[in-house]
Design a protein around this ligand. Structure first.
Ligand SMILES: NC(=O)c1ccc[n+]([C@@H]2O[C@H](COP(=O)([O-])OP(=O)(O)OC[C@H]3O[C@@H](n4cnc5c(N)ncnc54)[C@H](O)[C@@H]3O)[C@@H](O)[C@H]2O)c1
Length: 444
């Protein structure tokens, strides 16, 4: 759909009824922290801090108009009360047990939510060991061929919808990072992909089967991990064919979030960069999965690309040509989900004089990711009700490797991403975009 048509559209479907949030990786740290968190907020036990949809505002019109509604009051979003949760995992734990294992949330909070959490159980997963070397999948579907597995996933979706009285769903991949997979012929067109499904092509990853099942069921798909998944021409084509919005990939939460906050500042002041060394220690299940070289490679590619796009060495060779960028992740069990990240940034200023910036971020991985899952679920459901489909680039704000149409480069600067997101909302709601020139206030 062209922007002109979007601007004319005025039949946004209302957020009526319940919204099902389906999560592959349901028993993982991010999913459980997200779901328990939403329930805690619903019960008035905590605030949804970190969530733009819940806490954020949007300025409309001129600064003198004083129109600054909350985003959730400006656009018709599903309310937290209307969310229901389901999904799949290779572990059969209900969410109460899974929350305790993840050790992200304090025990007294988990105990207070016990009945609610214990009532949510995963469906058995579609899993292949070759894609996640460091986890042993015990709770997996018995079907062996891909088409049957897709049918089994679709049957789960129908079962979930019936049991929960849901008619709209979104799917957000919160499963483990899959082993690195380069783009192959089977991914390059829908025809190739569907041929590959019939032949159980080994280059079709489990996450792609979930995405295929979702899109062909009319369900939006968001990819929170760095695996290709929907970021392949075949599934982009499928999403366009079924008029389903998709977005990805890899939630931008901790160290990379800070990188995309700091790097635009360095560039804005035309300071140079010699090198950026990033390392961290992390001891959760995600850390264990990323301890395997094949899964780390997928993550490394996602984490490394941001600086090149923000700094544009080809445009500013004197400042950014050949800067050294290293990214390390170290599995260190004692810290669990509480990641500690270090960045050493070697910069140079006036006349080439060198300086250093040191960042030591003691963060909590899943605490940072949970509001991102919430916002993405709500925004992508909104996108579908507006009539958008295919890649939702305006959601780049949330990703380390934003998906973009072929031929475009992704925008990584967090502030440009936020402006893109808010201006998209203004356009969809027929408000003027905000350009921040402000000359009108001064020139008669
Ligand atoms: N800040 C963050 O936490 C953050 C940021 C960016 C990306 N991510 C990504 O989000 C994902 C989830 O992170 P996490 O910390 O919750 O990891 P986790 O290991 O705690 O959870 C992942 C879950 O996925 C399950 N799983 C693996 N393969 C599956 C399959 N084929 N089907 C269904 N379930 C499957 C695992 O059993 C596990 O319970 C990871 O891929 C991670 O890289 C997390």
């Amino acid at each position: 759909m062209k922007e002109k048509e979007i601007r004319k559209k005025d039949n946004i479907l209302p957020a009526k009824g319940r919204l099902g949030v389906l999560l592959p990786g349901l028993a993982g740290a991010v999913s459980t922290t997200f779901i328990a968190g939403v329930e805690a907020v619903r019960r008035g036990m905590a605030l949804p801090i970190g969530s733009l949809t819940q806490m954020g505002t949007i300025r409309l019109g001129k600064r003198t108009e004083g129109r600054v509604p909350k985003i959730k009051e400006f656009i018709p979003l599903a309310s937290l009360e209307d969310l229901v949760f389901g999904g799949w995992d290779i572990f059969p734990d209900n969410l109460y047990d899974a929350c305790l294992k993840a050790q992200v949330l304090e025990k007294n909070l988990v105990e207070a939510l016990k009945d609610f959490l214990a009532s949510i159980k995963p469906y058995p997963a579609v899993f292949r060991q070759e894609f996640v070397h460091n986890l042993q999948g015990e709770y997996v579907k018995k079907e062996t061929n891909y088409l049957d597995l897709i049918e089994a996933l679709k049957a789960d979706i129908e079962d979930f919808k019936k049991k929960n009285d849901v008619d709209r769903c979104v799917m957000v991949w919160c499963g483990s990072t899959e082993a690195y997979l380069p783009l192959k012929d089977v991914h390059k067109s829908l025809a190739n992909f569907e041929e590959g499904l019939k032949k159980n092509d080994p280059d079709i990853a489990p996450s792609m089967l979930y995405a295929y099942a979702a899109i062909t069921s009319g369900i939006t798909f968001v990819n929170g991990a760095p695996n290709l998944t929907v970021d392949i021409p075949a599934l982009i084509e499928l999403a366009e064919k079924h008029k389903v919005p998709i977005a990805g990939k890899d939630f931008k939460t901790g160290q990379t979030l800070l990188k995309t906050i700091i790097a635009p500042g360095i560039k804005a002041r035309m300071l140079g960069l010699k090198g950026w060394f990033s390392t961290n220690i992390l001891g959760n299940r995600d850390g264990l999965v990323l301890d395997d070289a094949a899964s780390f490679k997928t993550k490394e590619i996602s984490k490394k690309s941001v600086l090149d796009y923000i700094l544009q060495p080809e445009v500013y060779p004197e400042l950014y040509k050949d800067f050294y960028h290293k990214v390390r992740i170290n599995y260190y069990p004692p810290r669990g989900d509480n990641k500690e990240a270090w960045d050493n940034i070697d910069i140079f200023g006036w006349l080439g004089y060198e300086m250093q910036i040191k960042v030591n971020f003691l963060c909590r991985d899943s605490i940072l990711a949970a509001p991102v899952v919430l916002d993405l679920a709500l925004f992508i459901d909104f996108a579908q009700r507006v009539g958008l489909y295919g890649i939702q680039e305006w959601l780049s704000f949330y990703f380390k490797s934003p998906m973009v149409k072929e031929g475009l480069y992704p925008e990584h600067d967090l502030f440009i991403q936020l402006m893109k997101l808010k201006n998209t909302l203004r356009v969809l709601m027929k408000e003027d975009e905000i350009t921040h020139t402000g000359l009108d206030y001064y020139i008669e």
